[in-house]
Design a protein around this ligand. Sequence first.
Ligand code: CMC
Length: 439
Amino acid sequence: MGKDTLSITDNRTGKSYEVPIANGTIKAMDLRQIKASEDDFGLMTYDPAFTNTASCQSKITFIDGDKGILRYRGYPIEQLADKCTYLEVAYLILFGELPTKSQLDDWVKNITHHTFVHENIKKFMDGFHHDAHPMGMLVSTVGALSTFYPDSRNFRDPVNRLKQTYRLIGKMPTLAAFAYRHSLGMPYVYPDNDLGYAENFLSMLWRMSEPKYKPNPVLAKALDVLFILHADHEQNCSANAMRAVGSSHTDPYSACAAAVAALYGPLHGGANQEVLEMLAEIGSKDRVPEFIKKVKAGERLLMGFGHRVYKNYDPRARIIKETADKVFAVTGKNPLLEIAIELERIALEDDYFVKRRLYPNVDFYSGIIYQAMGFPVDMFTVLFAIPRTSGWIAQWQEMLLDPEQKIARPRQVYLGYDKRDFVPMEKRSEKILAEAGVR
Ligand code: CMC
């Protein structure tokens, strides 16, 4: 075994450098010493979309994308989904260990006691249009929590951080349920602190005049399992947003609003909604080959397929498929399932997908379950945001406590004009907007 270093020869100057390798990485800053001339800034790496750049060291979630492995704090996702509740997993993700009985009781009690929101939140919720997307409402209302808890800026105090953690995990389902009730024009339902985390969420969504809402235990359990599967996923787009925004030392509610906004996009959490819309558009099993043709021609994306990290079956998709059977035993089968299974079958045999290593991801089957459970399509991404909150907080906290972290501020490769002289108005071009394609 040789040395843990990398030798680099700069062919511009003929000089050689040796930089250390640790954990399969070199430090980008070690390249700065490589200069073509005295006044050169020094070498940088260019990596749009961070496809090959580790932005942090983390102990929270491990993914082996080639093998299809996902672990939270070392525990395989399959075991956690089988044996834990979501709040137990949230504790694990945040504190690094599974809770004892008394730790769990305390944790659940504290989160449950933070499920209520300030009455004023109802007022600004009312200001949204009746057809406002619930993710848009969630982005705004989570961000607005920062105005209710200005003490949350004191992030250096661990007790204070824990309090914001209770609040965020506790209030997220309440905000989500209020957004849903608003879209129906129905009165908001307050949290029921006798119920479990997923059960209480279902109660806030669907309770009508009955004094106590009793969710179907199979559906509540299925939702809890789905929450576990969505709790964290290392440095994805929204976790990166949470870390980047939090690195400016803003409060956790504002950083969380940024994370929710990132999740909203169709290439991230918004994909579960797009999958359902795609399946509905395909409409029947016999139209699957025609759709696949369009995907291969580059006209469409097969939503719910492909992943930046997984180049194998997403282990979450496998568990979701099993959960679907339990849900359908209660709700009856979602007719779109047949189309999804046919899409998967054809895609997994097709050279286009095989060559690119495109497999179903977490979003491919989750929407089919959500729809069977009675959720409208635009609530799907909200169902992702609720459980991901624990992951976002864990990522935020890890970033704050890491002495190597600073405000996130990437470099750029500047390709614009060199210095040029001011152009008076009468000499400016009319062509600019046409060239930008807007006129
Ligand atoms: N359908 C068709 N072709 C695809 C797809 C797809 N879903 N995904 C990737 N490809 C092709 C892509 O066009 C490229 O082909 P080529 O090499 O000929 O240019 C190749 O596969 C590699 O893809 P990429 O775009 O370089 O991969 P990426 O890592 O940048 O993107 C992704 C990952 C998830 C954004 C992408 O696979 C995608 O857009 N999938 C559909 C949206 C989706 O399901 N998103 C949910 C992701 S999982 C949950 C989450 O993160 O929230």
